[in-house]
Design a protein around this ligand. Sequence first.
Ligand code: KG4
Ligand code: ZN
Length: 355
Amino acid sequence: MLVLGIETSCDETAAAVVDGAAPIRDRIRSNVVLSQLAEHAPYGGVVPEIAARAHVEHLDRLVTQALAEAGVGFADLDGIAATAGPGLIGGVLVGLMTGKAIALATGKPLLAVNHLEGHALTARLTHDVAFPYLLLLVSGGHCQLLSVEGVGKYIRLGTTIDDAAGEAFDKTAKLLGLGYPGGPAVERTARTGNAARFDLPRPLMGRAGCDFSFSGLKTAVRNMRATLGPAPSAEDLGDLAASFQMAVADVIADRVRHAMYWFDTQHPGVGRLVVAGGVAANSALRERLRAVAFEEGFTLDVPPPKLCTDNGAMIAWAGVERLRAGLVDDLTVRARPRWPLDPDAEPKPFAGVKA
Ligand code: KG4
Ligand code: ZN
């Protein structure tokens, strides 16, 4: 069961071949990721038009490379998976059209994958995780808690009402002059810092439900930064980065706990938490989640960092899962800039109430 995966929804151009029939350690036959960091760095963020052009420029070569590293040709594939949204529409179009062209030319089935589903199912590629499980998805564009009931079956328990967690990291990095991408830079700077020095807000913490909010925290960081004068010391920056990271971890831990209570009412005795998305690469957050999972009697699985950030293997794997479930798409499928995993998401009444 060999599936090619193509990912182009943001600033990573990626292609991979995954073997769905292989044991876990042999599943990823190739996973090529080209980060466009250098192209976007001068602007301090992703520029959609630049991203789309870079995808056009590099994708063919990356697909060829992914096939070569996997030691397979188009004829050996069982399916072609490409991200069809959500994301920057120019980039999504490049990847999906490439996927369609390969599917048409080879006669292989096309799998139009929701990027969020790629993140959501990654833990089943890297670990032996059965449905259902509670998913914390924390990336640059998304911050959500979902109950993953099966392939294509998601219940959204909460989402951010303003910024995503990764966005908060990126904006904080910019405010502190740490460069781009922000998450790893903030983590590095925070390592030596005193997280107790700055008293930053914890938006929505302690409130009912599982929604997130980070914009107030970002504003507080900006105000704190202003008090440090034009040339803050490395110590100041380290302390502020550490205080910010601690506030994010506190908020996320609180929201996850609420989601666990809800999950327990729906799936008593299951107790399974999975984390995905680029921010899951943050080791302070991982440690905090490990503690929460231990206290609440949940198991915790986090894919390795390079499979938490955007990559082609997660799209190929979602393709494998969809192919198995018979969820094949035809060539008329459209690219979607917005595409919620749970189309009828509403606030969940039990969230935040301990069972
Ligand atoms: O999943 P991802 O690669 O792309 C999206 O789909 O958004 O996530 C990228 C986000 C960026 O905001 C980046 O700053 C953040 O993940 N990130 C981190 C870390 N590594 C990446 N945030 C905090 N700590 C990290 N170590
Ligand atoms: Zn992503």
